[in-house]
Ligand binder design. Structure first.
Ligand code: ADP
Ligand code: MG
Length: 248
C-alpha cells in the first residue's frame, strides 16, 4: 500500500470575506504524480500556499510525512524537503543560468559577495547536471532574462530540483509555454518522478497535460473539493465537466 506524504485535513482559508478554501481534505501519495485542477479562482494556489507555509490556515491540519506542518514557516518546511514553484516564474533575470541554480541552495557564507566563492565541485557538478537534464547546459552562462519564457520555466524547475526536494508542488508549470516545449517539460516532470523519486503535486489548467501526467486528480470548485479520481474518472465526471463549462 502506498503511504501518503502530504495529508490535508479539513483545511479552510479565507481572505476577508472571500472563502478561498473550505474544509478541504486530500492526500498526496508518496512517489506518485497527483494533479490538482479547477476553474480560475477555485482555490488551487491558495491550497499550495497553505501547504508550504506561505500563510497561516484558519482551520484544519496539514501533515508532511506524518508531522504537523501547518504552524511552520516556509523555510522550515522547505528544509524538510517540501518545495513549490510559482504560477508566475521567479528567477533572477539579470543573473546567468548556472548562478540561478547556485544561489538557490542554502549557503553558509555571510555576505552576498562571498556566496559565489563558496561552491564546492560537487555543487557545481550538480548544477551542470541539472541544466543538462532540462536541456539548458549550452545556455548555462546566458543571462536568464534572455531565455524564452518556456526555457525560463525549465530553469525554474532545475532550480527547484537543486534543493533535492522529496515533494515538489508545481503551480501551472506549462502556463504560457508553446506546445513543443510543453511535451519536453512533461517528459522532464515524469523523469523527475521516476528517475529521482520525487513526489509531484501539480496544479494544471491544461486538461490534456494533467490527464497525461497524473495518476490521480483532485478537482476544486468555489474553494471546495468537488471530485477525486483517476484521469478517466475525472474526465467523465459530470460535476467536473459542469464546473469547467460554468467557468467559461
Ligand atoms: P486559483 O489558483 O484556483 O485560480 P486562488 O487560490 O488564486 O485560485 O484564489 C482563490 C480565491 O481567493 C480567489 O477569489 C482569489 O481572488 C482569492 N485570493 C487568493 N489569494 C488572495 C489574497 N492574498 N488576498 C485576497 N484574496 C485572495
Ligand atoms: Mg492559481
Amino acid at each position: 500500500m502506498t503511504s501518503s506524504v502530504i495529508e490535508v485535513d479539513n483545511v479552510s482559508k479565507a481572505f476577508g470575506g472571500v472563502i478561498a478554501n473550505k474544509e478541504i481534505s486530500l492526500t498526496v501519495p508518496n512517489g506518485k504524480i497527483t494533479g490538482l485542477i479547477g476553474p480560475n479562482g477555485s482555490g488551487k494556489t491558495t491550497l499550495f500556499n497553505s501547504i508550504v507555509g506561505y500563510h497561516p490556515i484558519d482551520d484544519g491540519s496539514i501533515k508532511f510525512e506524518g508531522n504537523e506542518i501547518s504552524t511552520m514557516r516556509v523555510q522550515e518546511i522547505a528544509r524538510l524537503g517540501l518545495i513549490r514553484t510559482f504560477q508566475q516564474t521567479r528567477i533572477f533575470s539579470k543573473m546567468n543560468c548556472i548562478d540561478n541554480l547556485l544561489i538557490s541552495i542554502p549557503h553558509r557564507t555571510a555576505t552576498f559577495k562571498d556566496m559565489f566563492r563558496s561552491y564546492d565541485p560537487e555543487t557545481l557538478d550538480k548544477a551542470e547536471a541539472l541544466l543538462e537534464f532540462v536541456g539548458l547546459y549550452q545556455k548555462r552562462f546566458l543571462i536568464a532574462g534572455e531565455l524564452s519564457f518556456g526555457q525560463q520555466r525549465l530553469l525554474e524547475f532545475a532550480t527547484a530540483l537543486m534543493n533535492e526536494p522529496k515533494v515538489l508542488l508545481l503551480d501551472e508549470p506549462t502556463a504560457g509555454i508553446n506546445p513543443t516545449l510543453i511535451n519536453g517539460l512533461i517528459d522532464r516532470l515524469k523523469r523527475a518522478n521516476t528517475d529521482f523519486g520525487i513526489t509531484l503535486f501539480v496544479i494544471e489548467h491544461n486538461m490534456r497535460v494533467i490527464m497525461n501526467l497524473a495518476e490521480n486528480i483532485y478537482c476544486l470548485a468555489h474553494g471546495e473539493l468537488l471530485a477525486h479520481g483517476t484521469p478517466d474518472e475525472i474526465q467523465n465526471d459530470q460535476r467536473v465537466i459542469d464546473a469547467y463549462l460554468g467557468a467559461h
